[in-house]
Design a protein around this ligand. Structure first.
Ligand SMILES: Cc1cc2nc3c(=O)[nH]c(=O)nc-3n(C[C@H](O)[C@H](O)[C@H](O)COP(=O)(O)OP(=O)(O)OC[C@H]3O[C@@H](n4cnc5c(N)ncnc54)[C@H](O)[C@@H]3O)c2cc1C
Length: 448
């Protein structure tokens, strides 16, 4: 045996890091956080640089996530590594950050909370007691297999690996609606952003992409795609590559998608150099650590969030976070219609996300947080932004600590106590009346 813990969190993405920190801060004595790669953050540090979901989109934005996720941004802000990005690409104001700095911020927040982080350790199996309840996990490391014994478990692996191994039922992406596409993000240096903006900026980029696809001059996978300025001068980051019809839990398909994503990135580099002013001397300086996977397994929980809940602005007595992000469905060509389908929560509102979406159906020793939480394809396409995945982590971690303290199972956690614990730590559970400030340097003003 390698370790024993009150709580084992699988996956150190934005959800898992927040879950582990919240569990410790809410009183769990020993929390182990497992991560297969060599750094925390998951998608937040492997491939992205913008948190969406803090602010509702539209003319009168509201800040609908708070507490621990705010502290992550505050720490980035203290290092001068944050600015607000205007609402140009549909998801509302984003919080742009330096992803390399974020790795350090996660390290520091986890250490300060007293979480034991095991890097380069992959979950490969589970142990159960005679009643079928999870009692431990088997991990693979370069030293061989190791065993971790725990009393409570949070699956924040994105792919629901723990639930899969424990036999918890789930829906696989692509089972009903086409699975969302995959994207290798890439970063370019040596870009003259002034020349780009003067030549027409985003409008020109969209026209140039459409022309390249229609005339067949560059084999781009789609007519749209976005790029934006990074925290470093003369550098831009992209969400442009599109690899469709992949089951990302199939390692051979995923490997093929990695190769295709890299290939497409360099097609984009040539296109940008040749067709877009300001990019003549641009170079790819980084590809995402792995191809970005939007959805794989979505666990069946005590409740499943639906499209109707999102667009009908549902209210739930057991809400543990809010979400105002639109349904943003990156579709494969086989899905028909637009490349990315958008559906907005009406009136700039935010819907409630119930606690029951974090509890795998019928389980008492396990929670789920982040992109494998219990939702349909459409609801997931709205509620997967990182402000929400961090808020889910905060809620699941706090609930675990409560269940330990009150000697109860996940389904018996007293929701009123959970909500008051979340509120006392700054979580937002009611739609704010006050309009948020979304100017480039306004992060701090929203925190005053
Ligand atoms: C291309 C792309 C663009 C996106 N753009 C944005 C954006 O601009 N803004 C935004 O807010 N959201 C965006 N999203 C959505 C958002 O990034 C994700 O939904 C969110 O980051 C998921 O967080 P998570 O913690 O649930 O999962 P992940 O970030 O996937 O973290 C899971 C962690 O678990 C680890 N892990 C997995 N399996 C195991 C195992 N068996 N053992 C040990 N560790 C394991 C992984 O290495 C990873 O660190 C985007 C997603 C993609 C793919």
């Amino acid at each position: 045996m390698h370790a024993t813990a009150d709580v084992l969190v699988v996956g150190a993405g934005s959800a898992g890091c927040c879950a582990a920190i919240a569990a410790r801060e809410a009183g769990a004595e020993s929390v182990v956080l497992l991560e297969r790669y060599g750094f925390p953050g998951g998608t937040s540090t492997q491939m992205l640089d913008t948190f969406y979901g803090f602010f509702t989109p539209g003319e009168a934005p509201r800040k609908v996530v708070g507490g621990l996720p705010d502290r992550v941004i505050d720490a980035l802000d203290a290092a001068g590594a944050v600015f607000l990005r205007p609402n140009t690409y549909g998801a509302g104001t984003g919080v742009n950050y330096n992803p390399e700095r974020l790795k350090l911020v996660w390290d520091e927040l986890l250490a300060a909370a007293g979480v034991r982080v095991l890097l380069h350790a992959t979950l490969v199996g589970v142990d159960e007691d005679e009643s079928g309840r999870l009692s431990g996990a088997v991990i693979w490391t370069k030293q061989g297999f190791r065993r971790i014994v725990a009393r409570r478990f949070i699956d924040a692996s994105g792919d629901a690996d723990l639930c899969h191994l424990a036999g918890v039922p789930y829906e696989r992406a692509g089972e009903h609606e086409p699975a969302q596409t995959l994207t290798t993000t890439f970063r370019l240096s040596n870009v003259d952003l002034g020349a780009y903006e003067r030549a027409g900026g985003k409008k020109l980029l969209m026209q140039a992409m459409a022309t390249a696809v229609e005339r067949g001059t560059h084999a781009l996978p789609r007519k749209s795609g976005s790029l934006h300025a990074m925290n470093a001068a003369g550098c831009v980051s992209t969400v442009a590559v599109r690899v469709a019809d992949v089951d990302a839990t199939d390692f051979e398909q995923l490997g093929e998608a990695e190769r295709e994503g890299r290939r497409q990135a360099f097609v984009y580099e040539r296109f940008l150099r040749e067709c877009v002013p300001g990019f003549g001397e641009a170079n790819i300086i980084g590809l995402s650590h792995q191809i970005g996977v939007r959805e794989t397994r979505r666990v069946f929980g005590e409740y499943r969030l639906t499209r109707e809940d999102c667009l009908g602005v549902a209210r739930f007595d057991d809400r543990v976070l809010l979400c105002g992000a639109p349904i943003e469905d990156h579709r494969p060509a086989s899905g028909g219609g637009e490349e990315t389908a958008w559906a907005y929560v009406p009136g700039g509102a935010a819907y409630d996300v119930p606690y029951r979406t974090l509890v795998p159906r019928g389980r008492d020793e396990m929670w789920v947080a982040g992109r494998c939480f219990s939702a349909t394809h459409d609801a997931h396409a709205s509620c997967r932004s990182m402000a929400q995945t961090m808020a889910m982590g905060q809620a699941a971690g706090t609930a675990v600590a409560l269940s330990l303290r009150q000697h109860c199972g996940a389904r018996e956690v007293p929701v009123a106590n959970l909500q008051s614990a979340l509120r006392s730590r700054g979580a937002v559970l009611e739609m704010p009346v006050q309009r948020a400030r979304t100017g480039r340097d306004d992060w701090r003003r929203n925190r005053e």
